[in-house]
Design a protein around this ligand. Structure first.
Ligand code: LLP
Length: 440
């Protein structure tokens, strides 16, 4: 019998990953080779137990250290009606970025008052829609948006947070860095005073507090602590100046995930401990009432619960250069490696021979017409043959929302697995779907 710890890579697969008595990878009690056969490949598989336990981990770890906390899932990491229903059941709020996400949340029956809406270029229609559905907070990103919002709101009263760019480097990939001075997100330092003054004077805005988001994939807590410090100091100045009390502070998302066996970020509890201590301590020193804390995880909830199954096709060995392994997917279902390089490196195992020894070095490609169509560079795997099922871990966050139809690839199906049962939550796209918007 094979135990999970014999295969180190299984540590980065969904929590219920195991090797079954056929020697195949099983998730949620379902044989992944059987799933590949039933639903076809590429196929995204999500472990429902893993998803739910990540939601609970956030609620528990922040909840026991800080009295007032809202965990708002960021569906940009992975949106599907079934996912939003699960998140609602787990008692999380949502942090959305477009009216598209708002519409899907509504269709999934998500309570609108539990939605918070940042976004650096909201349209007139999007702001109107947010007001119509009475969402929890509109997170104002810039002075133009503030003006537009005051005009649109008319006599309605709108609850807002103001997104401040704190100018803090989170030490992550530059595309995932959002809170440094050179960024399109949030109010630059020079605009803070004008935004606050304007918002406080507007009778139709209720300023609840502030928001920041530093970036995604953070392994360090210090950037959060520095940003909290900057924002609370500013809140204390505003209290003196305007008698304004900060009631809500959103620290965005961003906590990093373990994608690789040897690269382990600190646990959520570590971040929660330091962040709670910082807010409580600074509020005491600055004589502020500790605000409601909003945390907006996306990656940390979804990334590790999801994995992708591919069928191995052509294997091309170019002696002395490289062995190219082509799968039936590619950058159409996961563009992250092509965009972010090693920052987005993932692990893989052969689902139909999980315990075989890793003897050969391969680069895993897709079938798209692009030499950058890489899923994993230089990975050691057992000797592969056509028809093997390759399971790639850590694809639950940002792979699905960043899919595309290059080369008229049809986007894969998604199944949720739990207690030996698989549930199709999104069917595979068809060529007819691809042509649906074309007019003759
Ligand atoms: N809140 C705001 C305002 C955000 O912009 C984001 C992510 C989050 C929360 C969630 O951050 P998380 O907990 O997932 O790190 N496409 C990139 C990731 C972009 C993240 C954008 N904003 C990737 O594939 O790595």
């Amino acid at each position: 019998m094979v135990i999970k710890s014999d295969i180190p890579r299984l540590a980065v697969f969904p929590q219920t990953a195991e090797v079954n008595n056929k020697g195949n990878l099983a998730i949620g009690g379902c044989d992944t080779v059987a799933l590949a056969k039933e639903y076809g490949t590429p196929l995204y598989v999500f472990d429902e137990t893993d998803l739910r336990s990540r939601c609970r981990e956030y609620k528990t770890e922040f909840g026991k250290r800080y009295p007032k906390v809202i965990i708002a899932y960021s569906p940009k990491a992975f949106t599907a009606k079934a996912m939003l229903k699960l998140v609602a059941e787990e008692g999380l709020d949502l942090d959305i970025v477009t009216s598209g996400e708002m519409s899907i949340a509504r269709a999934a029956g998500f309570p609108m008052e539990r939605i918070h809406f940042p976004g650096n270029n909201k349209s007139f229609d999007e702001l109107n829609m947010a007001m119509k559905y009475h969402i929890g907070h509109i997170v104002v990103d810039n002075l133009q948006e503030l003006d537009m919002l005051i005009k649109i709101a008319g006599r309605k009263k709108v609850k807002i947070l103001i997104r401040l760019n704190p100018g803090v480097d989170p030490h992550t990939h530059k595309y995932n860095t959002t809170g440094i001075a050179d960024s399109k997100f949030g109010l630059p330092r020079g605009d803070w005073d004008e935004a606050v003054r304007t918002a406080l004077l507007a009778k139709n805005l209720g300023v609840d507090g502030f928001h920041f988001h530093l970036g995604s994939g953070l392994f360090e807590v210090e950037p959060y602590l520095n940003a909290i410090d900057a924002v609370l100091k500013y809140a204390a100045e505003l209290k003196k100046k305007y008698n304004f009390e900060i009631r809500t502070l959103s620290i965005g998302g961003g906590i990093g995930v373990q994608y690789l066996v040897g690269k382990v970020p600190p646990p959520v509890a570590y971040f929660a401990e330091a962040i709670a201590k910082k807010i409580t301590g600074r509020c005491r020193e600055l004589k502020l009432t500790p605000p409601m804390l909003i945390v907006e995880p996306g990656r940390k909830i979804a990334a590790r619960a999801g994995m992708t199954l591919y069928t191995v096709g052509v294997i091309k060995e170019i002696p002395g250069i490289r062995t190219y392994v082509s799968t039936d997917g590619g950058i159409s279902d996961n563009i992250r490696y092509a965009m972010y390089g090693e920052f987005a490196r993932q692990e893989a195992v052969i689902a139909n021979r999980v315990s075989a020894r890793n003897t050969n070095k391969y680069t895993i490609y897709g079938k798209l017409c692009e030499s950058g169509d890489v899923l994993i560079y230089d990975i050691m795997l057992p000797k592969l043959k056509a028809g093997d099922i390759l399971a790639v871990s850590g694809s639950g966050a940002y792979s699905i929302p960043m899919q595309n139809n290059y080369n008229s690839m049809c986007r894969p199906a998604i199944v949720f697995v739990k207690d030996g049962k698989a549930r199709l939550i999104r069917r595979r796209e068809t060529v007819e779907d691809l042509m649906q918007r074309d007019l003759d």
